[in-house]
Design a protein around this ligand. Sequence first.
Ligand SMILES: [Zn+2]
Length: 120
Amino acid sequence: MMDDLAPRSNVPELGPAGDYGTNWKWYKILKRLHVVLLLLWFGLMSFWWVTEERLAKHYDWLPPILVILGLASLVGSLVVRLVLAGWKCPRCGNRFHSKGFWSSDERASQCMNCGLPKWA
Ligand SMILES: [Zn+2]
């Protein structure tokens, strides 16, 4: 009987807290991975740039490896960034940070399609 008095909405009701916890956990892991990969790229390229001549004298095999690892971390961070940009809302299944093709907000605090708050 009490259900008849509950307000109706077109937006699906949120389930119990923690329903989307696994989804947000992966989102947080990917965000941190993105930052780590960017820092790794920056660190490797800085190290290579500062020590290139000295390294080449004694360890001529090391600079190419630094460059390859740096480029790999940069490409990895870009891939993770693309995955984050296309992140699916756990409630509605649409892209969380965009509505349609032209409207997107990378820092949206709620789903741009159903209004689910981030981290809910
Ligand atoms: Zn949504």
